[in-house]
Design a protein around this ligand. Structure first.
Ligand SMILES: Cc1cc2nc3c(=O)[nH]c(=O)nc-3n(C[C@H](O)[C@H](O)[C@H](O)COP(=O)(O)O)c2cc1C
Length: 208
């Protein structure tokens, strides 16, 4: 699926997410924030200029966010992404109130809305993770020109096709139809069992 579709899922299906920022001592701080809009250029959220959250964003414009949807663990899907934000002020504020009418209960009149400002997550990379599918499904995405540096396990040419890794994989995601094992990356848990069990050290952790 495209990055734009995952951003849309974050805004429409998940909507309320956990944001991590850092304070003036570089300590992580989390808080709950709603994703108000999404488009091909990123995600948009708002906050009030008096909040400590606003100060943290202005001092360190880097965020990591996670959102999930599902009744319980085995029916849940999550999206995690990290990226950079910029303040766009009151641009798109009317559109945000039109598309998220519940905001009128919190900020009921024009005067109270002058405290608000909008931020755009304009570049980022992330991952969709779906525990409701068997085997599990995961996919990386990025937008705004940010690279993706996720790590993954890879079987090198040292493999002699002994199948020990395939037999120990909890998601049965190692293809042994050829004489060389191949990990189906979209179904891999990243548990590392294949690397641990390989007698030839043929499995390596790599970074995209
Ligand atoms: C469901 C929910 C959604 C929220 N959405 C927002 C939001 O979109 N923007 C915002 O500034 N605060 C939002 N809040 C409030 C913040 O989480 C709260 O103000 C935050 O803890 C402030 O952190 P701070 O005190 O570090 O500034 C929301 C809270 C909840 C429970």
């Amino acid at each position: 699926m495209s990055a734009e579709k995952y951003l849309q899922m974050m805004q429409q299906d998940i909507h309320t997410v956990i944001f991590a920022t850092t304070d003036e001592n570089h300590f992580p701080v989390t808080c709950v924030i709603d994703i108000m809009l999404s488009d091909k250029d990123g995600l948009y959220f708002l906050t009030a200029k008096g909040k400590a959250f606003y100060e943290r964003l202005k001092n360190q414009p880097f965020i990591s966010i996670t959102g999930m949807k599902g009744a319980d663990t085995l029916s849940s899907k999550s999206i995690t992404l990290r990226g950079e934000v910029r303040e766009i002020g009151q641009q798109r504020l009317s559109e945000i109130f039109e598309k998220n009418p519940y905001m009128e209960v919190i900020y009921p009149n024009r005067e109270s809305r002058t405290a608000l400002t909008v931020f755009q997550i304009y570049k980022g990379s992330g991952e969709f993770f779906d525990l409701s599918r068997k085997p599990i499904f995961r996919e990386q995405f990025s937008f705004g020109g940010m690279g993706n540096h996720a790590s993954y396990f890879f079987v090198t040419d040292k493999c002699n096709g002994c199948n020990l890794c395939a037999n120990s994989c909890p998601q049965n995601c190692i293809d042994i139809s050829a004489c060389h094992a191949k990990i189906k990356q979209e179904h891999c848990l990243h548990c590392g069992k294949c690397k641990e069990i390989c007698p030839l050290q043929a499995v390596e952790r790599r970074t995209l």
